[in-house]
Design a protein around this ligand. Sequence first.
Ligand SMILES: [Zn+2]
Length: 456
Amino acid sequence: MTPTTPSTWAPTGHLAPSAQTPLAITNIRPYGEGTPVDVLIDRGTITAIGANLDTTGYQIIDGTDRVLLPGLVDMHVHLREPGREDTETILTGSRAAARGGFTAVFTMANTNPVTDQPIIAESVWAKGQRYNICDVHPVGSITKGLEGKTLTEFGMMKNSDAKVRMFSDDGKCVANPLLMRRAVEYAAGEDVLLAQHCEEPLLTEGACAHEGATAGRLGLTGWPRVAEEAIVVRDAIMQRDYKGRVHICHASTKGTVELVEWAKNHGCSITAEVTPHHLLLDDSRLETYDAVNKVNPPLRESTDARALQQALLDGIIDCVATDHAPHGEEDKACEFVSARPGMLGLETSLAIISKLFVETGRADWRFVAKVMSEKPAEITRLPGHGRPIEAGEPANLTIVDPDCSWTVKGDRLASKACNTPYEDMEFSAKVTHTILRGRITCADGQAADAVDTPAR
Ligand SMILES: [Zn+2]
């Protein structure tokens, strides 16, 4: 199962830095704090931080009025390769990630074929490393073919070249409680993370919108909160009793917040993520019947969004994950009930988190670093990412212009698809540069070319 040609599978990302010109980011404020400093980078590592450093021979990035953050980490994206390369590829998804400030992403297993064995995971990982624009970590599926019947070989995928560290049937819930129990026990033995898409399927048959007054008025079949919350509490208790690490994908309801808080206070060692769209948007968006607003779990009510915002501030919800889900025109430009759920997220998430928390004074850039970099790296036990901005640390970094004023246009995003719910919305904060192991992967808002773009 392991490739026999190590030279072609060697991660160029780890080899490339030695050939690079050393880099200096001048006059920049790490975490938006203190007086500006210079940050020197050589061979993929931060070598010095201080005032008025000698930058002779360095390639300069002027960081004046900008904020330096650790490279962002997204533990939930869909890059669609293999299988739906017409909507996104590892290359276009990597470029979207770099433009969004991400240095590492975890791409979900619901591809075609499903990432349920080492060879597929290794192929995804190797492509990402060859492009060298973002570390693309494949998520393995929990069940073979996402069929919810037989567990995959967690150990084999973990020990493959892809080093799969997270497993999820995302898009579908592992609804069978006995199978989930076995998965949690298996995950405990292998020390891997299970990310659950919490949706009791018997409660959401035919559903396409949040079950509430809006869906009722519009005649859309409702997706009730209990379908999520029932699985959240079940799997929290599974964690407590069978010890495998359990992570809640895309928390969407006030009740989930209350249950996660209860679980954390009662010996259940779970973690949870929230998406930018569940923090910012609500089901009033459905009034237009525009399928760009269809997502799973659905946009809830404003009370849910407010509870999720507060939970992120309080640390009840651990981190932000985008659930970046590209779809082509044919899957979105159709009637609401038959459209596929999902929306783009990689290139707009930093701007949304800044808008909701930094620009309102509710939090600072340290908080953004925590929920978009440090926590997701910690939950996924990802080395080299989400690290402090200090000399000796890997140069995985993001530079933000906090006061740039830009308008979202779907057709100008790096992603292959255009299904953004933020079309024509204005934001203030924008990623200007992203740096992966000392290599600039996004400069002045534009993603770099791949180091190696193999013919497919
Ligand atoms: Zn999901």
